[in-house]
Ligand binder design. Structure first.
Ligand code: 13P
Length: 257
């Protein structure tokens, strides 16, 4: 299985800045066959960046989509509108769930819409700080995982990527907490077990599990070395070229040697 290194730029960079940064990535990063490098710029930058990128080196992801194909949905865009620009779409990011109140049902419909349109959904799941404090992590994660996949057929399952992002460990929301690799390892075991019990060992083994939440070059190795870790979803550190580059080099050392 490939290792996925995904930069989620969130609401950062103008279109011009995005283009300059992509240029730097394309010219200066080393690319490795077994590492899939993906960036998710703002929706405004997807069109120009899709023309600029070399998809063999860097693929693009949308940060969100709406699940209808077209119609009176002000401010939204559909898979049909974005599918020629990107290969991936992030679905159910905690910032969408908690700031924009996306429900489990919305997320299930978005995952299914992405697959229907030929895009790979990166389904994000993660517990909040209070859910963690009250010992609800396992239940929340199982609900979000199986809820997000509820409309996915067995044939489509291998096209889904799952990213575990504990909400309390995501930077920029007032807490500086970082998830310990041991905690993340436990969660990966839980997720793989849940997938196995639901879909069987063969299908469950085909689903990449990623980690995200305050990942930097300094701690990337500790997560990537976990047996079940198939990649990283990186926010803040992906905005800094040297950090993103170092994380890719670390990935190469750990996964490809
Ligand atoms: P940070 O790496 O900035 O904590 O963000 C993680 C994230 O939300 C990526 O989707």
């Amino acid at each position: 299985m490939k290792t996925y290194i995904i930069g989620n730029w969130k609401m950062n960079f103008t279109v011009g800045e995005s283009s300059l940064y992509l240029h730097k990535l394309l010219t200066k990063l080393h690319f490795y066959r077994d590492i899939e490098v993906i960036v998710a710029p703002s929706a405004l930058a997807l069109q120009p960046l899709s023309l600029q990128t070399n998809r063999r080196k860097i693929k693009l992801a949308a940060q969100n989509i709406f699940y209808r194909d077209y119609g009176p949905y002000t401010g939204e865009f559909s898979v049909a509108q974005v599918r020629s620009l990107v290969d991936y779409v992030i679905v159910g990011h905690s910032e969408r769930r908690h700031i924009f109140h996306e429900s489990d049902k919305d997320i299930k419909l978005k995952v299914a819409a992405a697959l229907r349109g030929g895009l790979t959904p990166i389904l994000c799941i993660g517990e909040t700080e209070s859910e963690r404090t009250f010992g609800e992590t396992a239940d929340v994660l199982k609900d979000q995982l199986l809820g997000g996949l509820a409309d996915v057929s067995r044939e489509e399952l291998s096209k889904v990527i799952v990213a575990y992002e504990p909400v309390w460990a995501i930077s920029g929301h007032g807490s500086s907490a970082v998830a310990s690799p041991l905690d993340v390892a436990d969660v990966f075991v839980l997720l793989r077990k849940t997938l196995k019990e639901t879909y069987g060992p063969k299908l469950s083994a085909e689903i990449p599990l990623l980690f995200g939440g305050s990942v930097k070059s300094l701690n990337a190795e500790s997560y990537l070395s976990l047996a079940d870790c198939n990649g990283l979803l990186i926010g803040g550190a992906s905005l800094i070229f040297s950090e993103f580059n170092d994380i890719i080099e670390i990935t190469k050392q750990i996964k490809n040697d």
